[in-house]
Design a protein around this ligand. Sequence first.
Ligand code: KG4
Ligand code: ZN
Length: 347
Amino acid sequence: MTKEHIDREHSLILAIETSCDETSVAVVKDGNEVLSSVIASQIETHKAFGGVVPEVASRKHVENISLIMEQAIAEAGIEKKDLSAIAVTQGPGLVGALLVGVMAAKSLALSLDKPLIGTHHIAGHIYANRFVGELNYPCMALVVSGGHTELVYMKDEGSFELIGRTRDDAVGEAYDKVARALGFPYPGGPHVDKMALEAEEAVPLPRVWLEPESYDFSFSGLKSAVLNVVNQSKMRGETVRTDAIARGFQESVVEVLVEKAVRAMKQYDARQLLLCGGVAANRGLRQALTERCERERITLSIPPFQYCTDNGAMIAAAAHLKWKQQSFTPLDMKADPQFPLKEWAEG
Ligand code: KG4
Ligand code: ZN
């Protein structure tokens, strides 16, 4: 087929995501219609260690990837020959884990003679919002995951300007560490969320705003404040008020995220706010952001729960941008654990 005959609006992309502890493969049509989405979580394996062990994650990806790929193709009800391209998370992420997905994607692309699309993990989280509806540019993305906390301004489709980021812990990381101190298993975010919503009181904890103009975040001080409260209670022989601490922590995190996102929306005159990343599954955050955006008349988009945490479908949604440009990745591409978003966008 010559380039002129390629339909750039329509695509059938198989995407692989193995950047951390989920082995996931999805088949997505035209960047927004999920035909299949298979996600094999390794949570049970890593629970015993209290967090993700990179070597174990890579081994589990190797064990699962072929089967998950076959399952995604079968559930989508498509023929491999009909695929437009094979997409894969190129980075950022754990290098050994990324490599498994990258090798699988290269083999499939080579054997089917299909183009390869190396994709950025955060672009994937952001474009998970395509499963909700069309995006309205310029927009602002609030990315909250286990590895990232960022405000990204998007003037047009596929353009990304990082206007704020965490200076220490990512918000999901802070959730997981606080959860551990409160005695919850990995990953602790959902447990803290549940506890916080059920709590009747909140332990007062600090809000970290940084400099008045800054869109950066910092969560390590808040995490230390939580650990202090826990340790002091233990030293005094008192019961640790797990629920009130969880609520105090969540209120602090949510207030800062909501406030900075709303301020950024106004300053940049953005038309839509996109929430995304694993912590976008947090019910407290979803609720507070929804209410505030309604009051401020801000259009807010939040992906369905299953597309907030890591998944292959979001990688296909972002890869569709590259399909539209017919911009493909050479087969000698390398996984990049520190992949900059701008490099992917401009590459
Ligand atoms: O996006 P993700 O699946 O992986 C990364 O790219 O990092 O995010 C995982 C993070 C974990 O830290 C997990 O605790 C957090 O998302 N998370 C939550 C909730 N669900 C997942 N944090 C707070 N509340 C939740 N309901
Ligand atoms: Zn992620």
